[in-house]
Each structure stands twice: as C-alpha cells, then as structure tokens.
Design a protein around this ligand. Structure first.
Ligand code: NCD
Length: 430
C-alpha cells in the first residue's frame, strides 16, 4: 500500500499537479484520491483500483516521452552520474542538482520510507563501511548519516573533533582523506572551513558527502528540507512553484539556508522574504543567483512584515561560533518566531521549519517552544525525513538505488506507531 502512496505522490510531483488537478486528470473524485494517499495504518486508507494505477503509469510514460522529444534524447544516465562532481560520486554542493535529478532522488527517498519507519529492512550495503569525520559539533547530521548507512546494511567508523584526530598533529586534509579511503567505502565530512570538504573529495575516488563546510553549504540538509516541504505541500494540495518562503535569522553564516535558497531557486515564481538583523543578511552572490532565476526577493528587518502570508517559515539559529569578533546589533526579542505572531500573520496551513538545533537559552530569540503543540510546526517531521533522504543519497552515490525495493524484507521487531509522545497531535495533518 505504501507503494501506492509513493507512486501517486511521485506522479503529482513529476506532473506538477495539485491533488485537485491530479484527481481531475485521472477522472476520479478528490476524496477518493485522498483515501489512496492516506498512510496504511489510518482507518480511512483505501487501495486504489488496478485500472487507476495503470492509467497513472500511462500518463507518466506519455509525459516522459513528451519531455524526451522536447529536450532531445532522454537522459538515461543514473542519478549518481547526473549529479557527479568533476566526474566523481561526491555530494559537495546543491549546485550539482537540477530539478529533474532532485525529484528523481526524492523518489528514491520515498522508496526508503518503509525502512526509515522500521517496517522493512534491507542489507543492500552489507559489508560497506562509512567513515564519519566530524570536526565540528553535531548531533542530528552525524547520527542520521550513521543510522541511514546502518539501515542500508553497512557499518560506521567515526572520529569527532580535532583533538582526537591526527589533524591535531598537523596532518593535511589530503593525507587524512587518502588514508581514510583505504579503510572505508564512503566519507561524510563536517569541517569549519568553507571549501575544505571539496579538498577531501579531491584526494579520493570514494564518495565524499559535505555535512557542512563552515559557513559554506550543507547540501543534505537543504535536500531533506525541500523533501519535507514537498511532502507537507502534497498533503495540503499545494505546489512549490509560486510559493512564499520566509527565511529568518542568521542568513550570513547559516549554511543550511545558503543551500536551501539555491535549491528552491530551481522552482518557478517563488517569493522570498528574508528577515535578518542588518549585520547578518544573506550574501549578495546568493541574492543575485536567486534573482537571475526570476524570483522575487524582499529583505526586511520586521518579522511581522516578513512572515505575513508566508507558506513556509524557515527559522535559523544565530551562528555565534562563526563571528569574527563582530557584535550583532538589532537582534532583539522581536526576532523570535512565537505562537502569538504566527497566529496573527501566518495562515492555518503555513509550515514552520528549522534545521535545528534551536537555541533555547534566554535571550537567544530562536524559534519559540510555545509552538511545540502547534500542528504547523514541522521540525520533527523534518528531522525524521533526514533518514530516508540520507539513505537515498548513499544509495545513488554507491549505485544501488535500483536494487533497494527488491531487497526489502519485513522488520522482525515492533516499533511504536508514533515515535514521539506528541506525534499524535499532528495526526490531523498527515
Ligand atoms: C545546522 C548546521 O550545523 O549547519 N544544523 C544541522 O546540521 N541540522 C544549523 C546550526 O548549527 O545552527
């Protein structure tokens, strides 16, 4: 059944159709489509008639043929080949993606969902070892990359911080990377210097994934953010094209938003409102890049102005550790995304996101905990999506994505229907 939901979701994504438009195209009632898209464990979920499945496949086939005719020969390269960095299977920047390869990757992530939800298991990467090198603080990125590799059947060896690595003895990036390549089959690296992960990648032929290079990029985070937006929108019958995204906080040093705005720029007719104190604005090269794609960008220091009518609110932490002695001015409590403000200026279907961690210390002015029981808060759905997305990245970089579906077996243990005690509060949205 979850295959049916994946098929329908993917079809809507590819055809760029809302639920209303898709049900019309299929000639079925919107309510019927909704029941086919519900999770299996929901009492209302229904199996879609076989005929409809055939029809969806036919529409997709026709669409693909049309695209091939319009764009010349069909691209029969694998996703890994299409996103390669200088011919190698690395993920260093979101610039490696176009909309097609991104949506193909999302389809692989959909296939991974039953594994991420502990219903299925696979051993497709049995015997493979991941090297996880984190030279900066991390909880979710490090653990979710590790868990994603393990759930594909691989194992993980890791080192954290400079203190316990040979870099503390002056070893170069080149030497470290080449040495590690003899031990492991893929590397995930986080490092405080922009461009450093690309340097690791140049010293090896095994896949290297950038898990954050200083204030540079954090591509896997942006991919899981966009995947989350797509899934939330698909449930609400909205499209990414034409949407209004408000981004608030440290837009100068926040690498997650640097990657996210570049990925979103691949879509059409977006409106961005960027809300930051004067010293922490989005770098000019990114503003130019987004504007070149024809999107509207408004910059403001008023949270109230910037959030008004947004479909997505993406809040970020102030990256104090990256400040080169500068003082931030104007980062007042007015910058805190709170429930009263969200209720006043956002919509009932606005989604609230954050890459996390949110800074909960007094005066931090980060995303407020008074939104914790608000179903619009998507932060834990976002973190949960980190697993299928990172599994998909490993699968495409290591060339096993086509074998995953066949390799799945039922999980031998039972896990709770809701993994978080408050998850049931959000059921109305799923
Ligand atoms: C972010 C990071 O490290 O870039 N977190 C993450 O990976 N999810 C954001 C941050 O540190 O504020």
């Amino acid at each position: 059944m979850s295959q049916q939901q994946d098929l329908l979701r993917d079809a809507m994504r590819r055809l760029n159709l809302t639920r209303d438009a898709f049900s019309e195209r299929l000639g079925v009632r919107r309510r019927a489509l909704d029941t086919w898209l519900l999770p299996d464990d929901s009492g209302e979920s229904r199996a879609m008639p076989e005929m409809v499945g055939k029809f969806v496949a036919e529409i997709l086939q026709r669409e693909a043929l049309g695209a091939a005719v319009a764009g010349g020969a069909a691209d029969d390269r694998t996703i890994g080949q299409r996103i390669a960095a200088e011919g190698k299977p690395h993920l260093l920047s979101v610039a490696q993606f176009d909309r097609g390869s991104l949506e193909d990757l999302f389809q692989v992530a959909d296939i991974m969902q039953p594994i991420a939800r502990r219903q299925k298991v696979t051993r497709i990467l049995e015997g493979a070892v991941l090297g996880s090198l984190f030279f900066e603080a991390s909880t979710r990125t490090r653990v979710s990359f590790g868990a994603a590799f393990c759930r594909l059947g691989g194992t993980v060896c890791d080192t954290t911080g400079f203190t316990f690595s040979s870099m503390a003895k002056g070893e170069s990036i080149y030497d470290t990377s080449r040495v590690m390549s003899g031990y492991v089959d893929a590397l995930v690296v986080r490092h405080p210097d922009q461009g450093s992960v690309a340097e690791f990648a140049r010293a090896t032929n095994i896949p290297v994934i950038n898990a954050g290079d200083g204030p540079g990029e954090h591509p896997s985070q942006a991919i899981l953010d966009l995947y989350t937006i797509q899934r939330e929108f698909s449930r609400m019958g909205k499209l990414v094209d034409g949407t209004h995204v408000a981004i608030v906080g440290d837009l100068k040093y926040g690498r997650t938003v640097h990657s996210l705005i570049r990925l979103l720029a691949l879509y059409r007719n977006l409106k961005f409102t960027l809300i930051a104190p004067p010293s922490l604005e989005m770098p000019a090269y990114l503003l130019e890049l987004v504007a070149r794609h024809g999107h509207v960008i408004e910059q403001t220091q008023s949270l109230q102005e910037g959030l008004r009518g947004a479909d997505v609110v993406y809040a970020t932490r102030i990256q104090k550790e990256r400040f080169a002695g500068e003082e931030i001015e104007g980062y007042t409590p007015e910058f805190q995304v709170r429930k009263a403000l969200v209720d006043a200026v956002c919509k009932p279907d606005t989604i609230l996101m954050h890459p996390l961690p949110r800074d909960g210390r007094p005066g931090a002015n980060d995303l407020s905990v008074d939104l914790n029981h608000d179903p619009r808060l998507a932060i834990f759905r976002q973190t949960d999506n980190g697993i299928p997305v990172r599994m998909a990245l490993f699968a495409v970089l290591m060339g096993v994505e086509k074998q995953v579906a066949r390799s799945m077996r039922d999980a031998g243990w039972r896990s709770p229907a809701h993994i978080g005690p408050d998850d049931a509060d959000f059921d109305g949205l799923d």
